[in-house]
Design a protein around this ligand. Structure first.
Ligand SMILES: Cc1cc2nc3c(=O)[nH]c(=O)nc-3n(C[C@H](O)[C@H](O)[C@H](O)COP(=O)(O)OP(=O)(O)OC[C@H]3O[C@@H](n4cnc5c(N)ncnc54)[C@H](O)[C@@H]3O)c2cc1C
Length: 451
């Protein structure tokens, strides 16, 4: 029996479902998939991160007596060739995203595919209400999992020790240039491994709940990118956080955040249409003005907190959770633009882009999803910046042209623009006007739904 171990979003050797379920002779592989790469701009930061993580995985596999065969091409062609080379089956981890599901269906026609739940704690199939239907409310979902999040440890996978490396040519290592990409500078924390990040976070966790919304502070764990590409397993992260010497309520709060990630994956599994359509049947007449959308993308809306957040995203691939909530509310309510456009834009830019979390969070913000924010609760971006960035530290660090502007003006609607010497755009919509427009439109759409 010759098995292919297909690493995709699980780039590690510890607590690995496929290394634990493998048998006998194995060929670990990673495919730089042309179908995905060809759609990305050549300055995509994620490719630099994945590239360095794949080289690191190769080294780690070598240390345990295996190796990693790297391919660049179309998975269908690669598996057809491997089948002809005498391989019997493929082991890999499950991904519920439509692109991944389709790709796997194609590969299954070539070789048997064994898929394991690895990137998430839960198998969504196993968690249902008493009436056997899926949960749609986070709190009920979370409460039903008391036994799990209250436990101190989740069992991890142990690697098989008797695996034998298949005789194969493991020498191909393309450069980023060969893949059509330019090496990008990454934020410093992405050069750290997950253990270092957890060590950093262990010094901050005691203030996590209090500080996490202040986006000029670095109060979070910064682990979402590592989780996305499986540099640490979700089980090990859970276990490590549980064992930290920290107040229990802070540990519990952090673990709850991890279960939001589980929840959105669960929703995508049970309601795959929510990737493309409003989860609820509501039909909003979205604003089709392309200029409004482009101004949002480029950070030219005339609202300092929105512009700073979007410019920062464009420069770094990062955005703080609170800022994601503010800019998504602004796009879908104040600009009344379809959440799918914002979701796609985030998908292109975010280093930690995770389809399920992104889709779920966008539907939450636009009041079209499960357990969403009520449509009449619309963030006022100026009140948000005043509350969470009182001294405008973050805003001024990005919008450097505002560095000498009094903070009071930055938190007041259209006030910065009264300085005629400043290079800063006028607001594209007024906040109270656009807020009322959104409430009226959502009210209309909801009433239509009830008819
Ligand atoms: C509009 C919008 C889009 C988002 N898109 C993504 C995305 O594509 N990928 C992504 O990983 N997160 C997304 N999030 C959730 C959240 O913003 C990030 O997980 C968080 O900012 C990552 O920083 P951190 O690791 O320091 O978080 P921490 O505060 O340290 O949280 C720990 C972990 O919990 C999980 N988590 C925290 N909040 C959420 C949440 N609301 N939903 C799901 N998981 C959560 C993440 O895995 C995170 O790494 C989105 C949120 C919003 C409002």
């Amino acid at each position: 029996m010759k098995q292919i171990l297909w690493f995709r979003r699980d780039l590690r050797v510890e607590d690995s479902a496929i290394l634990s379920n493998a048998q006998n002779e194995v060929l670990p592989i990673f495919i730089f998939d042309k179908n995905i790469l060809e759609k990305l701009p050549k300055d995509d930061k994620r490719v630099t991160f994945i590239y360095q993580s794949v080289l690191c995985l190769k080294e780690k596999l070598q240390k345990i007596g295996l190796d990693l065969a790297i391919f660049y091409g179309n998975p269908k062609d690669i598996f057809t060739k491997l089948k002809n080379d005498g391989f019997d089956e493929v082991l890999t981890s499950i991904d519920f995203y439509s692109f991944a599901k389709k790709r796997d269906e194609e590969i299954e026609k070539i070789l048997p595919l064994k898929r394991y739940i690895d990137s998430f704690i839960l198998n969504p199939k196993d968690v249902l209400k008493a009436d056997k239907t899926p949960y749609k409310v986070f709190t009920a979902f979370y409460n039903s999992l008391d036994y799990l999040h209250q436990s101190t440890k989740i069992e991890e996978f142990l690697n098989k020790t008797n695996l034998k490396k298949v005789d194969f040519d493991y020498s191909f290592v393309p450069t980023l240039k060969d893949l059509g990409f330019d090496k990008q500078d990454l934020p410093d924390f992405l050069y750290k491994n997950p253990d270092e990040l957890i060590e950093d976070f262990s010094k901050k966790i005691k203030n996590y709940q209090e500080n996490r919304d202040y986006f000029y502070l670095d109060a979070g764990s910064n682990l979402s990118v590592h989780l996305r590409f499986g540099l640490i397993s979700i089980r090990r992260l859970f276990n490590k956080i549980k064992s930290l010497n920290a107040p229990q309520k802070e540990i519990d709060f952090y673990i709850r955040e991890l279960f939001w990630r589980e929840f959105y994956n669960y929703i995508l599994y049970h309601f795959p249409h929510s990737e493309f359509e409003n989860f609820s049947d509501i039909k909003v007449n979205w604003n089709q003005n392309e200029d409004d959308f482009i101004n949002w993308c480029d950070g030219n809306t005339g609202v300092p907190i929105i512009d700073a957040s979007m410019k920062y995203l464009n420069q770094t691939g990062l955005m703080h959770n609170r800022l994601r909530m503010i800019v998504s509310s602004y796009l879908t309510k104040n600009l009344l633009i379809d959440w799918r456009k914002g979701e796609k834009y985030f998908a292109l830019k975010l280093l930690d882009y995770e389809a399920s979390s992104n889709i779920g969070s966008w539907q939450w913000a636009s009041s079209t999803g499960v357990d969403s924010v009520p449509y009449f609760r619309i963030f006022n971006p100026y009140l948000q910046s005043e509350k969470f960035d009182k001294e405008a530290i973050f805003i001024k660090s990005v919008l450097t042209q505002l560095k000498d502007i009094p903070v009071k003006s930055i938190h007041k609607e259209n006030e910065v623009q009264s300085n005629l010497f400043l290079d800063y755009p006028k607001q594209i919509v007024w906040i109270s006007y656009s807020r009322n427009r959104a409430i009226e439109e959502f009210k209309r759409a909801k009433n239509q739904l009830n008819c």
